[in-house]
Design a protein around this ligand. Sequence first.
Ligand SMILES: [Zn+2]
Length: 181
Amino acid sequence: MTMNCPYCSYYDSKVIDSRDINDGVRRRRQCLKCNARFTTYERLQQASLFVIKKDKRREEFDKNKLLNGIRKACEKRPLPTGTIDKLADDIEARLYELGKAEIPTSAIGDMVMEGLKKIDYVAYIRFASVYRDFADITALKQAVDTLITTQPQTSPVASQLPLIPNEQTARLAKSHLGRRK
Ligand SMILES: [Zn+2]
C-alpha cells in the first residue's frame, strides 16, 4: 500500500514503525522528499457480495432478507431458540467462503432449502413452494411424497406431515402457478 505524503503529496515514503492494532496494522511513515512523518492504518475490508435475482437485477447481499425469508417459512414452527439465526449465520459464512463477488439468489435458496430440510419439513415445504418453480401440482406432490417415503413412520418429523393436508398443498401450488402467469 502506498499513500501520498499529506504535506507535499510526494508518492513515496518509508515505513519507520509498524504495529498490529485490533483489526489492522498501524504504520508510521516518513516522506522520502520532505521527511515529514505521518501515520497510516491498514484494515482488512470484508469483500462485498452481490446477489443476482431472477430478473437479472443485482443487489448487495442483505442478511436481514435472508433471515426474514427463513423466519417466514418457520413461522409458528416449534423450533429451538437460535435455530433460525444459526442457519442464517451458516449460510452467510458459506456464501463468503465461496469467495465469489456475485451469487444467484437461486443458489442461496438452495442452501436455505437444504438447511430447512434437516430442521423442519413443514418449513422446508413452505419455503420450497415459494422459492422453487414447481412446474405443476404433480411436482409439488412428488416432493411431498419423497419426504414421506424417506421418513420412517416413527420419526417425530413424519408426525408433522398431516399439518399440510393435500388440499392445502394443492392450493399452495395453485396460487404459485397463478403468480407465474
Ligand atoms: Zn512530503
